[in-house]
Design a protein around this ligand. Sequence first.
Ligand SMILES: *[C@@H]1O[C@H](CO)[C@@H](O)[C@H](O)[C@H]1NC(C)=O
Ligand SMILES: *[C@@H]1O[C@H](CO)[C@@H](O)[C@H](O)[C@H]1NC(C)=O
Length: 395
Amino acid sequence: MAMFTSFHCTSAVFIILCVFLNSVYAAIITYNVVSFGANPNGVIDSTQAFVRAWSAACASTTETVIQVPRGRYLLGSIAFKGDCKSPRITYKIAGTLVAPADYRILGQFENWLSFEGVSGVSIIGGALDAKGPALWACKAAGKDCPNGATALSFTDSSNIRIEGLISLNSQMFHIVINRCQDVHIQGVKIIADGNSPNTDGIHVQLSRNVAIINTSIRTGDDCISIGPGAKNLWIERITCGPGHGISIGSLGKDLNEEGVQNVTVTKSVFSGTQNGLRIKSWARPSKGFVQGVRFIDAIMQDVQNPIVIDQNYCPSNINCPGQTSGVKVSDVLYKNIRGTSATMVAIKLECSAANPCSGIRLEDVKLTYKKKPAQSSCINANGEASGIVQPDSCL
Ligand SMILES: *[C@@H]1O[C@H](CO)[C@@H](O)[C@H](O)[C@H]1NC(C)=O
Ligand SMILES: *[C@@H]1O[C@H](CO)[C@@H](O)[C@H](O)[C@H]1NC(C)=O
C-alpha cells in the first residue's frame, strides 16, 4: 500500500550531509489512491478511496505523497481537513478528477474539492473536470438551479502550492483562496466558456502572501478577483481572456470590511476581455480600502475597459444609501499599459465623492481605439501623469 523512499546516500562526499538530511526529513511515504480502491475508469465513484488516502497521508508523521495515476476518477464533494501530522503532503496527479454528470450532486455543496486548516499541501499536475455546462444551461434557461460549487478551495491554510493544474468548466468559481497565507500558484490553466456565469478563475480574499504566476485563464467572469483582506498579492504573467479581467472588488459591500493592500499585477496580457485592470466598489458605506497597487507592463488587445475604477457599483440601485462608496482608494500606479480598447473610453476613473481617489499615477500608458487615441474620464480622481500618456490624462 505504501511505498517507502528516502534520500539515497551514494556519494561519499555528501554522505554526512545525506545521513543528516535523512534524519531530519526521515523519509517520504507515497500513497497511491488506486491502492485505496480508487478506480481510474471515470465511472465507479472513487470518493471514499480519496478520503482514505488523505486520512492515511494526514496521519503520517513523515512527509507524504498522494499519487493519482493516469486515468479519470469520479469524485463527489470532499473536504480534506487538517490538522495533519504530516508536515508536507504533495498530491502528484497524472490523471483527471471528474465531477458527477448530474450537476445537482455537487450543486448542493459550496465546494467540490476543499482543503481546510491544512499546512504544507501541494497539488502538482492533474486536471479537474467539474462538468459545469449542464448547470450553466440550467441557469441560462432561468430554471430552478442550485448555485453550484467552487471547484477547488483552500481555507484557513498556509504554505500551499498549486502547480501545473488544469481546471476545466467549474460550476461556479474555479479556485478560491480564503483566509490563507503563503500560497504559490504557478503554471495553472483555467478553461471555461466566455459566457459561463460566475466562473471566476481565481478568487483571493482575507489572505496574505499569495503569488499567482504564469497562469492562463479563459472564463466567463473575472480571471482573477481580489476580495477584502487580500495583502501582499503578486500576480505575474497572466493571460486573461475571454473573461472580465483582473478585478480588485467588488469591495465595500459591508460596513466593516478589511482593506486590500500591496497588490502587484505585472507582465500580463488581456485579450477580448470586458475589463483589463479594474478596481470596483459598492456605492455603500464601508470602512474598507484599497492601498498600494501596482499595475505594470500590461498588454490590452481589444479590451472594453482597459483601465477602470468604478466606485458606483449598485446593481438595480438597491441598498445603496447615499449612493457613495466608503472605500478609500489610494496609491495606485498604472505603468507601461499598452494596446487597444474596444470602446472609446479607455481610462475610466470614477471614484467616490465621499472618498476621492488619491495618489493615482499614470506612467507610459498608450491605449488606442480604432487606431486613434482613445478618451479618458475622471471623477473625484487625484494624482499625476508622467511619461507619455495616451489618451491624455484627466487627472
Ligand atoms: C508556464 O506554464 C505552462 C503551463 O501552463 C508551462 O508549460 C510552462 O513551462 C511555464 N513556463 C514557465 C516559464 O514557467
Ligand atoms: C508587498 O508584497 C510583496 C509580495 O507581493 C512583498 O514582497 C513585499 O514585501 C510587500 N511589501 C510590504 C511593504 O509589505
